[in-house]
Design a protein around this ligand. Structure first.
Ligand code: ATP
Ligand code: MG
Length: 446
């Protein structure tokens, strides 16, 4: 993509309405535009990151054996009357009437609808286990939408629902979600810690929230700091292997890590003092096992092997897809701008031409662009007729992890400069070597 033809409305000034760094940088980097409180347009650069995050979520869900579908944003109120939540949900639910005066709502979540789909088509244990999920816009009329996409009213969520014949199978589904979430966040360059949570209006006993440590986070967290060193890494997971999956969950949930809702001072005090930490965190996901809460009220049953009819065991599992952009920026930035982890960056590399109009520099940039594209690494090429300082400032603000700088002086020696956004370190090399290096880096971040 050439910057001269792109739509990247960067702001020079700090927007007054942004209280936290991620919101500030998302506005300044031209990623989002607010249309109403908590409702945003996703401008091209923000949209690219959002799509990238969505793609990682899809890949890891599919790897875990979960099946994508798509449910609508608007739902009939009657489904929610069956579960009793139409009255319970309160003011956060946006209620709408259609032209026939039928009660509708903009879905804040989808337990009822997925249960309705299930009961219409599944009736035997032979069709289980089954986990269906979608990535769809939600609406919650939050009292205080704030911090940009972090607490929106309209926001993108991945929500998945497991259906199992008994409690053991449902707990395996819960564990599968935990492991797939760990891998999802790691691919985004995040450390998200599963913390035991209190069950909210969805109900259920087994639930963990995933928190990214950040001092702007809304939750107070108490943890043993050795938990931040745990990594899933590249290990092979067989998602059908109950013992292996449960083992990983145990590894990640044994050290103390809780939010203020479930904090236990006596247990916390048993952590060696040098590891005892209190901080703040951003909730980027939550998993729930709630058993038969919806299947009982909505009549979703299956016939078991021995012929008896039982309500299906369920759980629901969410990832805050749009909130993740904010969380990643909170975790990865400096005073010049965003620093995207390779896994989610909108463009793998920026290309800066120091002297637009210089025949050798223009030709070298065009060649680099072509060579990168041929390897599936689309660069953002700043081909504008601007000062080098302005080009660098834009690149630093939008946070591409790598930059190739091309200038007439280097070219006389046959070299360009490759710079890491994270460390600021530069290295001179031939254009071919720069392309090969970029390709090598991204091969490690599929
Ligand atoms: P919170 O406690 O932050 O209000 P929640 O527990 O009500 O969130 P869930 O129902 O667990 O939210 O939704 C799954 C995920 O969706 C959350 O972990 C969070 O990452 C994201 N999410 C929830 N509400 C919002 C919102 N208003 N804006 C952006 N993301 C949200
Ligand atoms: Mg939650």
């Amino acid at each position: 993509m050439r910057l001269s033809r792109y739509f990247l409305p960067v702001l020079k000034e700090n927007p007054a309405e942004a209280q936290i760094v991620s919101h500030r940088y998302m506005l300044r980097a031209g990623m989002i535009k607010q249309q109403a409180a908590g409702i945003y347009s996703w401008l091209p650069l923000g949209y690219r990151v959002l799509k990238r995050i969505e793609q990682i979520v899809h890949e890891e869900q599919i790897r875990a054996g979960h099946i994508p579908l798509l449910m609508p944003t608007l739902q009939p109120a009657d489904l929610w009357r069956e579960s009793g939540r139409y009255d319970d949900y309160g003011q956060e639910m946006l209620r709408i009437k259609d032209r026939h005066e039928r009660d509708m709502l903009y879905g804040p979540t989808n337990e009822e609808m997925i249960t309705d789909i299930f009961r219409a088509h599944v009736s035997s244990y032979k069709d289980l286990p089954l986990t269906l999920y979608h990535i769809q816009w939600k609406f919650r009329d939050e009292v205080r939408p704030r911090f940009g996409v972090m607490r929106g009213r309209e926001f993108l969520m991945k929500d998945g629902y497991n259906f199992d014949v008994d409690r053991d199978a449902a707990l395996h589904a819960y564990n599968r979600h935990m492991v797939s979430y760990l891998r999802t966040y790691e691919r985004m360059g995040l450390t998200a810690i599963p913390m035991r949570a209190a069950s909210g209006p969805i109900g259920g006993d087994n639930t963990h929230e995933f928190l990214v440590l950040a001092n702007t986070g809304e939750s107070e967290v108490f943890y043993d700091d050795r938990v931040t060193g745990l990594k899933l890494g590249q290990r092979e997971i067989d998602y059908d292997d109950r013992a292996q999956v449960a083992g990983v969950c145990e590894e990640f949930t044994t050290l103390y890590a809780r939010t203020d809702e479930t904090h236990d001072g006596a247990l916390f005090d048993q952590i060696p003092e040098e590891h005892r930490k209190v901080g703040r965190g951003i909730e980027v996901g939550q998993i729930f096992y709630f058993g038969t809460k919806y299947s009982e009220s909505m009549g979703a049953t299956v016939v078991t092997k021995d012929g008896s009819k039982v309500p299906v065991e369920m759980g629901s599992h969410g990832i805050g897809v749009s909130r993740l952009l904010g969380a990643i920026i909170e975790a990865s930035h400096d005073d010049k701008g965003i620093i995207w982890p390779e896994g989610v960056t909108p463009f793998p590399v920026g290309l800066v031409n120091l002297k637009q109009g210089d025949a050798a520099a223009d030709a070298a940039c065009a060649d680099l662009e072509k060579a990168l594209l041929a390897r599936g690494l689309e660069p953002l090429y700043d081909d504008r007729d601007e000062r080098a300082g302005a080009k660098f400032a834009t690149m630093d603000l939008i946070g591409l992890p790598w930059r190739i700088t091309v200038g007439p002086r280097g070219l006389t020696n046959g070299v360009v400069e490759l710079t890491s956004r994270r460390t600021g370190q530069s290295e001179e090399m031939t254009p071919e070597a720069a392309v090969a290096r970029i390709a090598e880096i991204y091969a490690a971040h599929p």
